[in-house]
Ligand binder design. Structure first.
Ligand code: C5P
Length: 227
């Protein structure tokens, strides 16, 4: 069977990664969470005092980029995938609200994008890859055979994200999360380098009223039509 590249882009917390992981597990493809890579770079910068509430040292971060190594492990399905930063499992840490607050400004830095896009393109060299993010269909894999653009209302997205974070014991409020989602969407869509936008040939799925199973079946059918 032919292997294809599947690019899933969309606004924050639209459930891109849930569908992407299910597709990868079902099709036997590799899954890459590109947002996790931007989050891990952000965590590195926080851990090394490069960024904090009163500091945002872009030259220092650029200098540190060669010291940042990222890897994914499947564990044993992509549904349970974990990201490693310089050999350490940071999958849980990168999801906290502190990292979410810094990640979009970090993702505007050209040199950060150049490094991560190059690695993402390496992951996709052999096809049979599902990658989710903001610029996958427009910049990373403009030739992807299937491009999906996910959307949902910001209130619906904040509710889902709140549940995820409360379930794992974080102490956060709905308003904090809604604000963070709206701020990230604003930065992601208005930045100069690779802004979030729907590729002309992407298929839009608004999942505000869809359950996970329905979303998966719609996406799987789109993939099967192209294999
Ligand atoms: O996907 P996730 O919400 O974890 O991504 C975190 C942030 O990383 C996004 O809000 C965006 O600023 C950045 N990002 C990006 N390009 C990607 C993936 C994520 O700029 N391909």
């Amino acid at each position: 069977m032919k292997k294809i590249t599947i690019a899933i882009d969309g606004y924050s917390s639209t459930g891109k990664s849930t569908v992407a992981k299910q597709l990868a597990d079902h099709l036997g493809y590799v899954y890459v969470d590109s947002g996790a890579m931007y989050r891990a770079v952000t965590l590195y910068a926080m851990q090394h005092g490069i960024i904090s509430k009163d500091k945002f040292d872009i030259p220092e971060l650029k200098e540190a980029l060669p010291s940042i190594q990222l890897k994914f492990k499947k564990e044993p399905h992509w549904e349970k995938a974990r990201i490693y930063l310089n050999g350490n499992d940071v999958e849980d840490e990168i999801r906290n609200l502190e990292v979410s607050k810094f990640v979009s400004p970090i993702a505007t830095i050209h040199e950060v994008r150049v490094k991560l896009v190059a690695q993402q393109q390496q992951f996709g060299l052999e096809k049979g890859v599902v990658m989710d993010g903001r610029d996958i269909g427009t910049v990373v894999f403009p030739e992807a055979e299937l491009k999906i653009f996910m959307n949902a209302s910001s209130v619906e997205r904040a509710q889902r994200r709140l549940k995820e974070l409360l379930d794992r014991g974080d102490s956060v409020t709905f308003n904090e999360i809604l604000k963070n989602i709206e701020e990230r969407d604003f930065i992601d869509t208005t930045r100069e380098d690779s802004p979030l936008r729907k590729a002309d040939d992407a298929i839009e799925i608004d999942n505000s009223e869809m359950n996970l199973e329905d979303q998966f079946h719609v996406a799987l059918q789109l993939a099967k039509d192209r294999i």
